[in-house]
Design a binder for this molecule. Structure first.
Ligand code: ADP
Length: 603
């Protein structure tokens, strides 16, 4: 791709140059200026010089005598004495009586000559040079020698541009954007009927779901230039710089219209203005400039602005009102079908075994984003290379999912025998509790090989298809499954270990959500006690209730988890013999598949 970035001129450079020049000037000119100053001598010296005929001009003033050396280069002065014969002696010595000797340069003139003039000179010179360089750089109306220029990356039309077909899944988003492409192809069709395109489109979704790719694909499909800039690049050190960059970006874009302007992470400048003291002036000015620019051009100029964000709730409402970013295109995490397609798109770039079951891989990678799936495929290829094979296989892909989820296998982690037994019972506990409850996702794999992430083992459960809703029973079963590991340790050894820390966290999260968000408790009915502030970035929730209610919530959460923990322990006690047999099997094999597990369980 063809990238054009205007060069930046360091401002400091010019100032340093001017200062150095000034110092040099003063250094050279000072001796001359100093010479013109008047030197005071005593009357004796004056008399002596008169006798030696070393005096050029002389002027007798009311209270002093001024005289020059014979060549006139130096001026002296001395006090007046009662010396009636002075005049004769002077005349004898050949001194010339002058009416006025220019005593010294007036202070004003001296300052003018030594400082003001050179400053003017060098500033002028600096300006001239800056202008020349700017002209060379293609001209700009920006302030301060180009510091406020946008450094938008411009991707000029290119044959290898990204197309919609490169973006797998995300069919709704693509459908939505196809209209934009069509508009860029035949704007007349829309103009005739009087329809104008939305000026701005907001791509909203979690990180790594292909928002940047989609924006590039729109430009690629429409075969128009693509300007891309990240919101954080607008935020500059000096107030007004960001605004100037916005101005510059739109100027460039209008010159190249029709084109796509893509602003990534627009929340960096588009955050709600809070109006508090000490707010970020720079950001606000930048945002205001963006709003002004968006209002300033008609929907038919052919400049279409796409912006991406993963925190839509934090955007300033002024940005999302009609006439600005009035269309919102959700770019969600891919579903099962989408994940399979994304895997296939990326698998085309590497050499894979014919027999790979992408559906299965997609099922295992539930919840993964497009970027993570791309990463999984690449990991598989790297693994194949590491093992000296020509192709990536099913097991490479499966292993790389585990790498992405749980980190690399820790080859030299040394567990004591007792620890290994504990981990084996713990994992079988999860699997057994899951299998003995209805509506639990089937077990895919159980392993007790330690991972670099710190996990000593894990049980992988895989949903059959897409899941959008969970019933109360399903959530409760899930909590029971989380507690199953600890329950197995209790049943088998009568004591517990620290291995359940992560399970405890997950179980608590679910139980809390049941009470505060899903309205699944008797006491609080359908009252929201929590608000989710960041749905795409981890979904952090903040409590919105009184301290008293919080206490009650905590109590209910404890009850919920406790009940499921007891249920899990009961299941394991009932199946004690199966638990022992399966744990021994896992202890010996270290990794077993879901089928092996089910076979032994049903034996
Ligand atoms: P975002 O802008 O949403 O954070 P990107 O568009 O930068 O995500 O995606 C990052 C990478 O993930 C892409 O370069 C691509 O390799 C991969 N990717 C993400 N989504 C998809 C998709 N739907 N189809 C194919 N590849 C994808």
């Amino acid at each position: 791709m063809n990238e054009v970035t205007p060069p930046k001129k360091p401002l400091l450079y010019y100032y340093t140059l001017a200062l150095l020049g000034l110092m040099l000037f003063n250094f050279l000119a000072m001796p001359y200026l100093a010479q013109r100053r008047v030197q005071e001598v005593d009357y004796g010296t004056f008399m002596e010089m008169t006798e030696k005929q070393e005096i050029g001009q002389v002027e007798v003033q009311e209270n002093q005598i001024l005289f020059t050396s014979q060549d006139g280069a130096q001026i002296y002065k001395t006090g007046l004495m009662n010396d009636p014969e002075l005049i004769y002696r002077l005349r004898e010595s050949g001194a010339v009586f002058a009416s006025e000797i220019v005593e010294e340069m007036s202070p004003f003139l001296s300052v003018l000559l030594s400082w003001v003039l050179p400053i003017l000179l060098f500033v002028g010179l600096g300006q001239m040079m800056a202008k020349r360089m700017m002209n060379k750089a293609g001209g700009s109306n920006s302030m301060m020698f180009g510091m406020g220029r946008s450094n938008a990356k411009v991707y000029v039309k290119s044959s290898e541009g990204i197309k919609f077909s490169d973006v797998a899944g995300e069919d709704e988003a693509k459908e939505n954007l196809t209209e934009i492409v069509d508009y860029l192809h035949n704007p007349e069709k829309y103009r005739e009927i009087g329809a104008s395109m939305p000026k701005g489109i907001l791509l909203v979704g979690p990180p790594g779901t292909g928002k940047t790719m989609l924006a590039k694909a729109v430009a690629g499909e429409a075969n128009v230039p693509f300007f891309s800039m990240s919101g954080s690049e607008f935020v500059e050190m000096f107030v007004g710089m960001g605004a100037s960059k916005v101005r510059d970006l739109f100027k460039q874009a209008k010159e190249k219209a029709p084109c796509i302007v893509f602003i990534d992470e627009i929340d960096a400048i588009g955050k709600k203005r809070d109006g508090q003291m000490g707010g970020n002036d720079e950001r606000e000015q930048t945002l205001n400039q963006l709003l002004t620019e968006m209002d300033g051009f008609e929907g038919n100029t052919g400049v279409i602005i796409l912006a991406a964000t993963n925190r839509p709730e934090s955007l300033d409402p002024a940005l999302t009102r009609p006439g600005r970013f009035d269309r919102r295109v959700p770019v969600e995490l891919p579903d099962l079908q989408g994940r399979e397609e994304i895997l296939k798109v990326h698998a085309k770039k590497i050499r894979v075994d014919q027999g790979v079951d992408f559906r299965q891989i997609a099922r295992m990678a539930s919840g993964a984003s497009g970027a993570e799936l791309a990463n999984i495929v690449n990991e598989a290829a790297l693994r194949a290379v590491r093992d000296g094979r020509q192709q990536a296989t099913q097991s490479d892909l499966e292993e790389s999912i585990e790498v992405v989820i749980a980190g690399y296998q820790k080859k030299n982690a040394i567990l004591t025998d007792q620890e290994k037994w504990t981990v084996a019972y713990h994992e079988i506990g999860h699997a057994l509790v899951a299998a003995k409850q209805s509506q639990s996702a089937p077990v895919q794999k159980i392993t007790i090989i330690p991972r670099t992430s710190g996990a000593l083992g894990y049980t992988m459960q895989v949903e059959e298809g897409n899941r959008y809703l969970m019933t109360r029973e399903e959530i409760e079963n899930k909590i029971a499954t989380y507690t199953g590991g600890r329950a197995a340790e209790e049943v088998a050894f009568g004591t517990v270990s620290t291995g359940a820390a992560n399970d405890i966290e997950q179980a608590t999260k679910l139980a809390r959500a049941m009470v505060t968000r899903y309205g699944m408790s008797e006491d609080f009915d359908m009252v929201a006690l929590e608000t989710v502030s960041n749905q795409y970035l981890g979904g952090d929730a903040s409590l919105a209730c009184s301290a008293e209610t919080q206490t009650q919530v905590d109590r209910q959460v404890v009850e919920l988890v406790k009940k499921q923990h007891e249920k899990a322990a009961a299941i394991l006690r009932e199946n004690r013999e199966k638990l022992d047999r399966l744990a021994r099997f896992l202890y010996e094999r270290e990794t077993i598949t879901g089928e092996e597990f089910m076979e032994l369980l049903n034996a």
